[in-house]
Design a protein around this ligand. Structure first.
Ligand SMILES: Cc1ncc(COP(=O)(O)O)c(CNc2co[nH]c2=O)c1O
Length: 420
């Protein structure tokens, strides 16, 4: 019934066999750990399959060493693997090569890198940065604060009543004063899929750059930076079966080449005198200090794992589960689901149960073993616009199945009875 072999995939995730509910001091062992884990918080972070964990173990057991400049064998092995990880990421998102792939800590750092290394130098009074109303704080707060520092202004493309981006409003806002359009590709709150290629066209018609926040899209669907014609794109390894601590900034080579670094130190220099310094080639110019070596190698393994499944099939699985969850939750007349219809969204649903705060609902769901996210999902202005302080969000990935959504819905129904 699924486009992917969920049962076979679940075999690679021992954590999914966890029992939860007991004392958190004795995870999985206590007498009260009696409820099977239903993990539906993948938009926050995904789980990590055995091959990815093994790639980290292999590295530390077999060839752990600092990269670049090392003459000894281990350093050369580690450097080859670390650089190959850049090549693999480039291939996965359709970039020209490793020169366009900077490893960072996460999506947030990738956005900050461009905001500081490009924004501080290029933005000034009269320039505008155009965002959407559904931006994650990693984008919204970053551009908001850089605009304050430079005298630039920020404008927000409207989200319409069914959670879609108002592209007519986008065409109005994006004009010759626009220097940057920064937009989420798949909203982590609404599930909205934003037409970032169309936004790129509008931006380029006015000689503006476009930055695509791919944190929720790169892990869950095919993304090709050439097709979008993105100038920048960011995403995080921990949302796509990789470890925490690794993020990616994609940038067109000629743009990255024109930018000065904003973090200085070892690795990123070519020559240093007491008077001045010169910089290493791309992407190393933007990777100051000892980099995220094991994490980069593990991201390579995560991409191999996802490509083995096939990103088109990952997307189809996400959409199937999102539509099922949307249909089941909207059966309740006292549940409000935010965002577009179930057949037009990424793999998540955010909702509220009338009269019950999201934190109370998520606590009850937790009592049933169901792990979801409650809060503003780092989109506070969007929640203000929705008129709610918080929402409960279920988000799916390659190892989830309909029976887990049924468990979610049953738990929501129990909460409905409890608060009736
Ligand atoms: C659209 C979007 N952009 C940026 C980020 C930041 O990613 P990070 O730098 O790896 O943290 C997130 C993380 N979103 C969430 C993290 O936890 N719950 C979430 O919805 C996101 O969903």
């Amino acid at each position: 019934q699924y486009p992917i072999d969920v049962e076979a995939i679940r075999e690679d995730f021992p954590i999914l066999d966890r029992q939860v509910g007991g004392d958190i001091e004795t995870p999985g062992e206590g007498p009260d750990d009696t409820r099977p884990l239903v993990y539906l918080d993948n938009a926050a972070t995904s789980q990590t399959p055995k091959p990815v964990v093994e790639s980290i173990v292999d590295y530390y057991y077999g060839y752990n060493s600092n990269v670049h400049r090392g003459i000894h064998h281990l350093s050369q092995e580690a450097s080859v693997a670390y650089e190959a990880a850049h090549d693999r990421v480039a291939e996965f998102i359709g970039a020209e090569g490793r020169e366009e792939i900077v490893f960072t800590k996460n999506t947030t750092e990738s956005l900050n890198l461009v905001a500081y290394a490009w924004g501080l130098a290029e933005l000034g009074p009269g320039d505008t940065v155009v965002l959407t109303e559904m931006e994650h704080h990693a984008s919204l707060v970053t551009w908001q604060q850089i605009a304050k520092k430079t005298g630039a202004s920020v404008e927000y493309i409207r989200v319409d009543d069914d959670g879609r981006l108002d592209m007519d409003h986008a065409a109005e806002l994006i004009d010759d004063s626009t220097a940057m359009v920064s937009a989420v590709h798949v909203s982590n709150t609404l599930g909205t899929v934003v037409p970032v290629g169309d936004l790129a066209d509008l931006a380029h018609d006015h000689d503006a750059y476009v930055f695509v926040d791919g944190a929720q899209s790169v892990p869950t669907r095919p993304v090709d930076v050439g097709e979008i014609d993105a100038d920048f794109l960011a995403f995080s390894g921990h949302k796509m079966l990789g470890p925490t601590g690794i993020g990616v900034l994609y940038g067109k080579e000629e743009i990255l080449d024109s930018m000065q670094p904003y973090l200085y130190g070892g690795e990123m220099i070519r020559s240093v005198t007491y008077e001045d310094s010169t910089w290493e080639d791309l992407p190393w110019k933007f990777e100051a200090g000892t980099p995220v070596i094991a994490q980069g190698i593990a991201l390579h393994a995560a991409i191999d794992y996802l490509d083995e499944i096939g990103m088109e099939r990952v997307q189809a699985h996400e959409e199937l589960l999102a539509a099922y969850a949307y249909d089941r939750l909207t059966e309740f007349d006292d549940v409000e689901v935010y965002g577009p219809p179930g057949d037009d969204r990424g793999g998540l649903v955010a909702f509220n149960l009338d009269g019950v705060h999201a934190h109370d609902l998520s606590s009850i769901l937790n009592d049933h073993g169901v792990a979801i996210r409650a809060g503003d999902h780092c989109t506070q202005p969007l929640h203000d616009k929705l008129g709610v302080p918080a929402s409960t969000r279920a988000s799916f990935y390659v190892y989830n199945e309909k029976s887990e959504i049924d468990a979610l819905v049953d738990a929501v129904d129990d909460a409905r009875q409890l608060f009736a």
